[in-house]
Design a protein around this ligand. Structure first.
Ligand SMILES: NC(=O)C1=CN([C@@H]2O[C@H](COP(=O)(O)OP(=O)(O)OC[C@H]3O[C@@H](n4cnc5c(N)ncnc54)[C@H](OP(=O)(O)O)[C@@H]3O)[C@@H](O)[C@H]2O)C=CC1
Ligand SMILES: O=C(CO)[C@H](O)[C@H](O)COP(=O)(O)O
Length: 478
């Protein structure tokens, strides 16, 4: 039997769809899953694509079915399972075979796996894949990390299966070792912020303006034809206009308000903080999910404290307030993306990756969960100035911020006065307000630090005196 060009382990949601995508693009693929029933079911349902698929029930059979040097995609639960699977696979592999971890790995695990395989003769690629079930099946965005040589060996097949934006493939080699998984992690951090901001706007429409779910869906549907055009707004409309077949109510109204999370948002925040980058919108989104999960505590607190004592939602001309909400969401998105890209710029220096910002924006324009028209604008901004300190000071985004931040300010203050929690929107506003102010208030913090800990400070006039006259001789002003 003709050998496969590539193998894939893990026929769950992502792996099975990725395998069908690979087979559909004319690549012969061998597949394996820990539980063989999944392999049998997958093959039985593969239809015409069966001709390009070799289903295998043992690792030995699986490896033998692939033409060396073998590229093998591992698309399974992230974390320890990947280490276990790699250990089980290794004895069957030969020099130059490539193990490609395509799950949502923590880039630190990816770096460790690279280190462990160094000098083993085997090659490793850490690859972020975004697009969910549908993207995996018809074209995901793919973020590759590893040696350039190993990328060259998988470039053709990955290009064939990736999403295309105006014929440009949404796949790229982003740098050595953990680069691909780092970029995927930040993609997800931005995804968290985007989703939290949309949910906050939904909250204002639902609890402030008292619109029904289908009415809110229509608002999002309208916005999807404007500058907010994006996959997340598109699916929000679909979700909000769906009806629960059991109760006949809007589907979203019967879903418990507790959001899950698997780690990538948290890792984004941890890495941002480790490198001293303010990623406040992403932090707010992760904290928002944590608070959402504390449902029993929130319900108990509502009984004790009651809902906030507030002024009613200010009477606004409905149309202009809706325009404010649309602009506010756009403005807040700028902060989230600016922060995400700033984290990647810092990581690029820290880990010596030379992450290509215009390319990252480019490959996020199609296929991935945060795909949007907005990312095309970000691509243009970074193409003109790839080394800019912050997206928000590029001419296009400075204009966008100046055109929309008054709306964001009105929306945040209205929400605050109405007792509606908008942590991501308000953090975005606070970020702009802090970032654009040349003289802030940290002079007082420096004075306090010097007072209690003799930590010293710099003076605005450059005079070489680094302690204050705080008295008691604790800090030396001499
Ligand atoms: N779902 C999504 O939208 C996206 C998911 N990802 C990432 O892709 C990866 C796969 O996710 P997804 O397809 O959703 O997950 P699923 O839960 O659908 O599938 C999990 C797969 O992992 C396998 N698996 C679990 N534990 C082990 C183990 N110890 N050894 C070997 N195989 C194991 C399962 O095999 P078995 O059938 O035997 O249980 C199954 O094939 C994850 O890293 C996820 O974070 C990335 C992008 C999007
Ligand atoms: O990577 C993804 C999308 O890009 C996955 O769907 C991931 O599971 C999303 O993260 P979380 O489960 O933490 O919401």
């Amino acid at each position: 039997m003709e050998q496969a060009e590539i193998g894939l382990i893990g026929l769950g949601v992502m792996g099975s769809n990725l395998a069908l995508n690979i087979a559909e693009k004319g690549n012969r693929i061998a597949v394996f899953n820990r539980s063989p029933e999944a392999t049998r079911k997958f093959f039985a349902e593969a239809g015409d694509l069966q001709k390009n698929i070799i289903p295998c029930e043992t690792l030995e059979e699986f490896v033998a079915a692939i033409r060396p040097p073998r590229p093998i995609i591992i698309m399974i639960k992230a974390g320890d399972p990947v280490d276990q699977q790699m250990e089980l696979l290794k004895p069957y592999l030969a020099d130059n075979d490539i193990m490609i971890d395509a799950g949502n790995a923590n880039f630190r695990d990816t770096m460790r796996r690279f280190e462990n395989l160094k000098d083993s003769g085997l090659t490793f690629i850490g690859m972020g894949v975004s697009g969910g079930e549908e993207g995996a099946r018809h074209g995901p965005s793919i973020m590759v990390g590893g040696t350039e040589e190993s990328w060259k060996r998988v470039e053709k097949v990955l290009t064939s299966i990736s999403a295309k934006f105006h014929n440009e493939p949404c796949v790229a080699w982003l740098g050595e070792n953990g680069a691909g998984h780092f970029v995927k992690t930040i993609h997800n951090g931005i995804e968290y912020a985007d989703m939290q901001m949309i949910a906050e706007i939904y909250g204002i429409l639902r609890d402030g303006l008292k619109l029904s779910a289908p009415e809110i869906g229509q608002v999002f549907g309208k916005w999807n034809s404007g500058r907010l055009n994006s996959y997340l707004i598109e699916i929000s409309e679909k979700v909000l206009t769906a009806t629960d077949p059991i109760s006949g109510k809007p589907m979203v109204d019967v879903i418990v308000d507790q959001a899950g999370q698997k780690g990538t948002g948290k890792w984004s925040v941890i890495e941002a903080q480790n490198m001293g980058v303010a990623a406040t919108a992403i932090e707010a989104a992760v904290a928002g999910r944590i608070l959402s999960s504390q449902k029993a505590e929130r319900e108990a607190a509502e009984k004790i404290l009651g809902l906030p004592q507030t002024t009613a939602m200010p009477a606004t001309d409905g149309l202009s307030f809706l325009e404010d909400l649309e602009n506010a969401l756009l403005a807040a998105k700028v902060a989230a993306y600016a922060q995400g890209f700033a984290v990647m710029a810092a990581a690029s220096k820290e880990y010596g990756w030379s992450l290509p910002m215009p390319t990252i924006a480019k490959i996020w324009r199609e296929g991935c969960i945060i795909r949007s028209q907005f990312l095309d604008e970000i691509t243009s901004a970074f193409t003109k100035d790839p080394d800019v300190a912050n997206l928000i000071v590029t001419p296009a985004f400075a204009k966008l911020v100046n055109d929309t931040d008054a709306s964001l300010r009105r929306v945040v203050s209205t929400a605050v006065m109405s007792g509606l929690s908008v942590p991501a929107l308000s953090s975005a506003l606070a970020y702009f307000d802090a970032y654009r102010r040349g003289r802030g208030t940290a002079n007082l913090i420096q004075a306090q630090r010097d007072f209690f800990g003799a930590h010293g400070f710099d003076r605005v006039d450059g005079v070489d005196k680094h302690h204050g006259p705080w008295g008691s001789g604790l800090a030396d002003f001499a």
